[in-house]
Design a binder for this molecule. Structure first.
Ligand code: PRP
Length: 204
């Protein structure tokens, strides 16, 4: 049986619809308190988005669907088998208050709040800007509003959260989307089953 780690939250609906469309599952996966769902010969593990790659790397799941944002922040020793460019589409950006746009162009030192500490560090290092990182676990948009940070590094999808909090994009860092990743041992042991699944995506 192939075990697939699926991220709960925003991506679950999109992934579930895609798997249904590709005839991998007979009906949609629903968000519920049931965290292990057996469907049509698969075992789905519904986990936190940031834990998908850990399950796959450690062999708790054979395959996983994970955002590029999560993989870039915390790279894992897994095979990246397929890019699902239309799933989980969002952008990693630097954002801040509109009045900080001019400062942004001449930065030498700045305070940045983010969940994505490694991505933010790498990005500003490459620009030769020293940063003081404030690690938050969510609702990071609050930080520049109350003066906890100058900017944030975060993902934006619809742009609504930035807009509703009066923030604007200063710069785009990269475009993110979902990827199918695979445990290295499972790739050998369950090759046939895994290739059968991958074949269903060839028209993407
Ligand atoms: C993410 C992200 C932004 C928001 C962007 O947060 O951190 O806050 O979504 O989406 P939008 O552009 O469509 O408004 P999430 O909803 O995952 O919650 P969090 O704040 O707890 O991280």
């Amino acid at each position: 049986m192939v075990r697939i780690a699926i991220p709960k939250g925003r991506l679950l609906e999109e992934v579930s619809e895609l798997f249904l469309k590709k005839n991998i599952i007979p009906s949609k996966l629903e968000e519920s308190r049931k965290l292990i769902v057996e469907k049509d010969g698969f075992k789905f593990l519904i986990v936190k988005p940031s834990d998908v790659a850990t399950y796959v790397e450690q062999g708790g799941a054979d395959l996983g669907v994970v955002g590029l944002d999560v993989l870039k922040e915390d790279p894992k020793d897994v095979y990246e088998l397929l890019d699902l460019k239309n799933i989980g589409k969002c952008k990693m950006v630097v954002a801040g208050k509109p009045e900080k746009l001019e400062d942004y162009k001449i930065l030498h030192f700045t305070k940045v709040a983010t969940k994505y500490v490694n991505i933010a560090k790498r990005f500003f290092e490459e620009k030769d800007v020293s940063i003081n990182i404030i690690k938050l676990n969510g609702s990071v948009e609050i930080a520049p509003i109350i003066g906890l940070s100058d900017y944030i590094v975060d993902i934006t999808q619809t742009g609504n959260t930035l807009k509703e909090n009066g923030l604007i994009v200063m710069e785009e860092i990269f475009e993110s989307y979902a990827k199918i990743i695979c445990n290295k041992a499972s790739f050998k042991i369950k090759k046939r089953d895994i290739f059968k699944i991958l074949a269903k995506f060839t028209d993407m």
